[in-house]
Design a protein around this ligand. Structure first.
Ligand SMILES: Nc1nc2c(c(=O)[nH]1)N[C@H]1C(S)=C(S)[C@@H](COP(=O)(O)OP(=O)(O)OC[C@H]3O[C@@H](n4cnc5c(=O)[nH]c(N)nc54)[C@H](O)[C@@H]3O)O[C@H]1N2
Ligand SMILES: Nc1nc2c(c(=O)[nH]1)N[C@H]1C(S)=C(S)[C@@H](COP(=O)(O)OP(=O)(O)OC[C@H]3O[C@@H](n4cnc5c(=O)[nH]c(N)nc54)[C@H](O)[C@@H]3O)O[C@H]1N2
Ligand code: SF4
Ligand SMILES: [Mo]
Length: 784
């Protein structure tokens, strides 16, 4: 493998700001995709990888969880720009081996951004950081497993260990991983879902009896109306635009609800058809409601008010399947419209127009993502989405349903496989019966509670199956201090990140094969399975050679660790499971609901779809065996004078904490990330200047949090709102600032003040006059 010069670290002085665009994808997307893959992988490896991406005989994209078209209906290039970037990030020829770690003390790596760390390349060997050492050094796999096994066995209770999962882990690896944690005796299985769609899972489980979406890709393509709320598909689920385009061609309307006018919601240039390449592309949203951040609950109630007023209700569905409709309707009829005005910031005529779209549609799909789930009132908001869907019978019929759009490519599958700190007892009973173990029954720690346990010394070992826990979780300073308090931190990873350099007393890095790579564990070609956002399960097999012969699969790592910890005589045949993944799938078939005859079903081209009672037969397995209407009080988030309501979001050039590059093309940002988007009138009202530098300061009961040196960028959005990228803004979010009922960090509603940097702050760009070089046009016509 070659070792090419890695990227320089970010110099925010290079930041360039231009006008946002009003269309997504197009030929630029293809050009960027090709450039990035070829730069990182070389032309041959890039071609080999991309041709197998999302193909029936290939591997599942490591990017988002958007579903693939049915087998037989896929393009040769069945991926988007960000899928290609994900492949390039993993398939890079750059490597970090023992020489790299010898040259860079941890104290130096700690000063680097996640961008720089990730750009150094793939980790090639297991590394250990010994107690008191300054550098990571190589360690053999056996030594690493026995060290870890010894530490785990030495804990006072298994609950002193935390087993985190990021959502890329395959079903097979996830299944053996949770089996290991439970064999050891703990349900401490937090995952990235706790920071992501947890509010969705909690809300839907309560009201429809299952925490997953109820649509298929076909429903999306054949809907009469698609409501896309709190989601930026052009960046985060780009192939969703292809589905939206198909829906439009079939006559669908789209209602976008988003404080920002995201390019991907406005217009789509599909690079796969002539019209997209040379024509005007397809206009997407028929109506865009620029709701104030956190105003969705009130908006949904206002929409319901009109539907009730017009009696645009599916009475038959409500009578047959609904529970609690009358109480809900009575509550909505009392709606406080002043509160709606304040919460949403919308004109009542706009709300009425949106309600008319709902009234006139016989089949509506509701899509949502982080703009809905990461608020204090997120669970209530999602229950209100369900109320609206149920009131019109938009569930369990073609072209209709609820569609939480998942993030990580296998985050939904990991949950299905039992990665869940609160997994139902029925799952544990089946697991115990199958393996002869005795799973603990008390619930484990979720992500936020894992930080607290580490902080308070109740947890001592942190094990990360992928992900970048300290980078991703809220309250960075608190989380980092907690991690540093651990006795041992262990990460199964492909690339370096912040969580490797903010470590416990001892630390291990265990390098894993990526999904695009050939897996020859046990001397045979292995494949794995994954589940997408619409509960479709299918196989994935990588075509590329791994960057180092030392890498092991996640299944191998878990099973080998289990052997080293629990011993060769343990009731679970770890070595057998490791050497042939079909044996794991057989067990999955016997333990996991809906996975009977698993191997045969994943053998079908394109795989199979898991059962979903509301979708399949309008059966609602709730405590009352019906779909539940629920009542939530309308609330208005109060933002004190002189403060803004900040949402933290993704740029077009990152995958969560993995920073691919520094260009947020659709929003007109190039070469930097420390920007805060503010309405031009708020910039003026707060006495700031465009291009000026500010610190973001949040205020909490236990004190302030500060994130330093952001550029102020004028950006059209509702007054009083602001936006900035994550993870840079995670230091601002207090650990206890979470969604009620789901404990998901409220990353989308953080009250901040913008403050000129203190006198000691480095000027960074050599310009003392704020604004020089980064000002973009504030012509209101161009911004609106
Ligand atoms: N390229 C790329 N793809 C990704 C990811 C990535 O980082 N990069 N991450 C993956 C993961 S794990 C996830 S969870 C998904 C995330 O996918 P998204 O949810 O699309 O991600 P965010 O960037 O957080 O965007 C949130 C959107 O919600 C809007 N929003 C914010 N607050 C509100 C609000 O109060 N109300 C409404 N209605 N809208 C609001 C924002 O303006 C923004 O458009 O993407 C997945 N796919
Ligand atoms: N402020 C704020 N915070 C947020 C969010 C937000 O919108 N705002 N979003 C939240 C959401 S939705 C999520 S999902 C979390 C994401 O949280 P995580 O899932 O923990 O974070 P990622 O950045 O996706 O993890 C990236 C790391 O995963 C490792 N990795 C990549 N591929 C593989 C693989 O195949 N195998 C293994 N073993 N490791 C691999 C690499 O080492 C890489 O550095 O962040 C959350 N945090
Ligand atoms: S839409 Fe998501 S899953 Fe599909 S290619 Fe793009 S990043 Fe990958
Ligand atoms: Mo996510």
């Amino acid at each position: 493998m070659t070792r090419r010069a890695p990227a320089e670290d970010i110099d925010e002085a290079d930041l360039d700001v231009s006008l946002p665009s009003d269309a997504a994808a197009g030929v630029t997307a293809v050009a960027v995709a090709m450039k990035r893959t070829i730069e990182q992988m070389g032309p041959l490896r890039a071609t080999k990888g991309l041709l197998k991406l999302n193909q029936v005989d290939g591997f599942d994209c490591q990017g988002c969880a958007w579903p693939d078209p049915e087998a037989g209906h896929r393009h040769t290039a069945e991926f988007c720009e960000n899928g290609a970037k994900a492949v390039a990030e993993e398939g890079t020829k750059r490597t970090v081996g023992p020489d790299f770690f010898a040259a860079h003390p941890v104290a130096e790596l700690e000063q680097r951004t996640d961008y720089w760390l990730g750009q150094q390349g793939r980790i090639t060997q297991p590394m250990v950081l010994r107690d008191g050492a300054t550098h990571y050094e190589p360690i053999g796999w056996d030594a690493a497993f026995s060290m870890l096994g010894e530490r785990l066995r030495g804990l006072a209770t298994p609950d002193e260990a935390v087993f985190y999962t990021s959502g890329k882990t395959s079903n097979e690896a996830a299944f053996v991983y949770q089996l290991f944690a439970r064999s050891l005796g703990t349900n401490n299985l937090p995952d990235c879902s706790n920071m992501c769609h947890e509010s969705t899972s909690v809300a839907l489980d309560e009201v429809i009896g299952i925490g997953k979406g109820s649509v298929t890709l076909r429903d999306i393509e054949t809907a009469e109306l698609l409501v896309v709320m709190g989601q930026n598909p052009g960046t985060n689920h780009p192939r969703m635009l292809t589905a939206l385009e198909k829906a439009k061609r079939n006559g669908a309307k789209i209602l976008a609800v988003n404080p920002l006018r995201e390019a991907g919601l406005v217009r789509f240039h599909n690079p796969q058809n002539v019209r997209g390449v040379v024509g005007n592309g397809t206009g997407l949203a028929d109506l865009h409601l620029p709701v104030r951040v956190n105003g969705d609950l009130a908006l949904l109630q206002a929409l319901a008010f009109h539907l009730l007023e017009w009696d645009a209700i599916d009475r038959d569905f409500v009578e047959r399947h609904g529970h609690g409709f009358e109480e809900w309707a009575a509550h909505i009829k009392e709606l406080d419209w002043d509160a709606v005005d304040r919460a949403t910031g919308l004109d009542r005529s706009e709300i009425r127009a949106a309600a008319e779209m709902l009234r006139d549609s016989q089949a509506t799909v509701f899509c949502w993502a982080m703009g809905i789930t990461q608020h204090r009132n997120a669970v209530a908001t999602i229950k209100e989405i369900a109320n609206l869907a149920l009131a019109q019978g938009n569930i369990g019929k073609p072209g209709a349903g609820v569609c939480p759009v998942r993030g990580h490519s296998n985050v939904q599958g990991d949950r299905t496989m039992g990665i869940w700190e609160k997994v139902p007892d029925s799952f544990l009973d089946a697991l115990d019966a199958e393996f002869g173990i005795e799973s603990p029954r008390e619930h484990g720690l979720d992500s936020v509670n894992a930080v607290k346990a580490l902080r308070d010394g109740r947890a001592k070992v942190f094990f990360g199956m992928g992900g970048n826990f300290v980078g991703a979780i809220s309250d960075t300073a608190v989380a980092e201090a907690a991690m540093r308090g651990a006795e041992l931190t262990v990460h199964v990873s492909t690339k370096l990140n912040r969580s490797h350099v903010v470590h416990g007393r001892e630390a291990l890095i265990l390098p894993a094969l990526g999904r695009s790579e050939k897996d020859h564990t046990g001397g045979r070609a292995q494949r794995v399975t994954v589940e997408d956002s619409v509960s479709s399960v299918h196989a994935s097999q990588g075509p590329l050679s791994p960057p180092s012969s030392h890498l092991r699969s996640e299944v191998d790592i878990v099973c080998s660790l289990a052997l080293a910890t629990l011993g060769e005589d343990h009731v679970v045949p770890w070595a057998d499971l490791r050497d042939d993944y079909t044996r794991i799938r057989r067990r999955i078939g016997r333990v996991v609901p809906g996975c009977e005859a698993y191997e045969a079903k994943v053998d079908q081209p394109g795989g199979f779809v898991l059962p979903h009672p509301p979708r399949d037969s309008r059966a609602f397995p709730t405590d009352v065996e019906k779909a539940k209407f629920t009542v939530s009080p309308t609330d208005v988030l109060h933002v004190p004078e002189g403060r803004l309501l900040l949402q933290t979001l993704r740029s077009h050039d990152q995958f969560n904490t993995t920073i691919y590059g520094l260009d947020d093309r659709y929003r007109g940002i190039k070469g930097g990330r420390r920007v805060v988007f503010v309405h031009p009138d708020d910039i003026a009202a707060l006495g700031l200047v465009e291009g000026g530098r500010v610190d973001l300061v949040s205020e909490w009961d236990d004190g302030e949090r500060r994130a330093e040196a952001f550029r102020v960028v004028g950006y059209d959005q509702p007054r009083g709102c602001a936006a900035a990228y994550y993870p840079e803004t995670n230091p601002l979010i207090a650990l206890d600032h979470v969604a009620e009922g789901s404990n998901c960090p409220s990353s989308k509603s953080v009250v901040v003040r913008l403050e000129p940097p203190g006198p000691d702050a480095p000027s960074g760009d050599g310009h003392d006059t704020p604004g020089t070089g980064t000002k973009r046009s504030t012509d209101p016509d161009q911004l609106s």
